[in-house]
Design a protein around this ligand. Structure first.
Ligand code: C5P
Length: 396
């Protein structure tokens, strides 16, 4: 259910913290990778050893490890996560979240997180009903935080009323529902994605091509489809399986890719141009295999059509995203492509960066738009795809 999802589980100082252990186990069993952030007080209610064992990751409490000075980067943690779940969330922590106080790692991580945030409040009934707590929760809702409602019943104080943290299974169900909601955020939209390498034939046997694996484009197509969009994937040569729920159009040459893209673009809400398209193609294609002679030979090439630029001309209100693979003057070249091809944003990957590039499963990219550049750390191509689609959603 949660396979491959990265979840930060924030635990604050409430007696309900004992339920966080069960919750952590349920999240891990559902396939999520979980990292636990605790407040100092939470450690009094449930031991870091318990949470570390169940989450299979070290517990994070302080800004840095006092033993060796190693920094627990809340920024990296925030970037890593697909969901930040704070359970239990005390009245104190919610009040701080509502006003942007950042005096512990759990809170700085909240301010850094770009992913959805959910809180499962836990407190005594009068604290829960207090106008200040209700006001803070209202504020959090306005800020986009999902509140997983507490239940009614026996409270640690001996009183009976509303304030008990939701049961771990109910929190798990709410988390799954949240991801499903995110998945369907592009229902009714249609996207064109290009991927892979084009093949420019020289004769019936040889061709000009490049090292593109198609992995980045397929990951983008998969991510769009998972969020409910109709996806037309125009693909050059790759050795990848067709992603689930995607309409595949196989092409070989840049010319065929141009035709296929222009045939569909106007019916779409946007396009992501990931393909590595040949800039030149042989002027003529020999009908028979070219025989070798004693001397050197040269092949006359002509320019191919720029598919992205042709779509840029008739873009209208559609979203258009391009890629740039540069080996020098990366930023300037990407910036000029952004303008020339009328992209909303361009994904720059430099061949000079380790972990970035053609064949691998990871990438290091910078997202550049008219307002500026956002450098992303090394992440899987699938994670890069999610970030690209997140940005498309904000533009839409
Ligand atoms: O100009 P350059 O090839 O570096 O531009 C890269 C971007 O333009 C990529 O998004 C690529 O898919 C797209 N492109 C295209 N048609 C071409 C050349 C590049 O769609 N003929």
């Amino acid at each position: 259910m949660l396979k491959g999802k990265h979840i930060i589980l924030g635990v604050t100082g409430s007696i309900a913290a004992y339920k966080s252990a069960v919750l952590c186990r349920l999240l891990v069993s559902a396939g999520a990778e979980v990292k636990v952030v605790m407040t100092e007080l939470a450690k009094q209610f449930i031991t870091p050893l318990t949470m570390a064992t169940l989450s299979k990751n070290p517990i994070l409490v302080e800004f840095f490890n006092p033993e060796n000075g190693e920094w627990n980067s809340h920024v990296k943690l925030g970037e890593w996560a697909d969901l930040y779940l704070i359970a239990p969330a005390t009245a104190n922590t919610m009040a701080k979240m509502a006003t942007g106080v950042a005096d512990n790692l759990l809170l700085t991580t909240y301010l850094s997180a770009r992913c959805p945030v959910a809180v499962a409040p836990a407190m005594d009934l009068d604290m829960y009903a207090h106008v200040a707590t209700q006001r803070n929760m209202e504020r959090l809702k306005q800020d986009g935080v999902h509140i997983i409602e507490p239940g009614s019943g026996f409270l640690a104080s001996g009183l009976v009323g509303k304030g008990r943290m939701a049961e771990p299974q109910d929190i798990l169900d709410a988390v799954v529902a949240l991801f499903d909601e995110k998945k369907k955020s592009l229902e009714g939209k249609h996207f064109l994605v290009t991927a892979g390498a084009t093949i420019e034939p020289i004769d019936p046997v040889r061709f000009i091509s490049n090292h593109s694996s198609g992995k980045m484009g397929y990951a983008v197509a998969e991510s769009l489809a998972e969020r409910g969009a109709k996806v037309t994937l125009v693909s050059g040569r790759t050795s990848l399986a067709t992603p689930k729920g995607v309409d595949m159009v196989d092409v070989l040459s840049a010319e065929q890719m141009y035709e296929a893209c222009n045939a569909v673009f106007e019916q779409t809400d946007g396009a992501v141009m990931c393909a590595a398209v040949a800039d030149y193609t042989p002027q003529t294609v020999a009908d028979e295999k070219l025989k070798k002679g004693d001397g050197d030979m040269s092949i006359a090439l002509k320019r191919t059509k720029d598919i992205a630029a042709s779509l840029g001309e008739k873009k209208g209100s559609r979203v258009l995203v391009g890629f740039a693979m540069e080996t020098q003057n990366e930023r300037e070249n990407a910036q000029s492509k952004l303008e020339r091809k009328n992209f909303d944003f361009i994904v720059l990957n430099s061949l000079r960066t380790e972990g970035a590039g053609f064949r691998g499963d990871t990438n290091v990219v910078t997202l550049i738009d008219k307002c500026g550049a956002e450098e992303l750390p090394l992440m899987s191509k699938r994670e890069v795809a999610e970030r690209i689609v997140d940005k498309i959603e904000t533009i839409l």
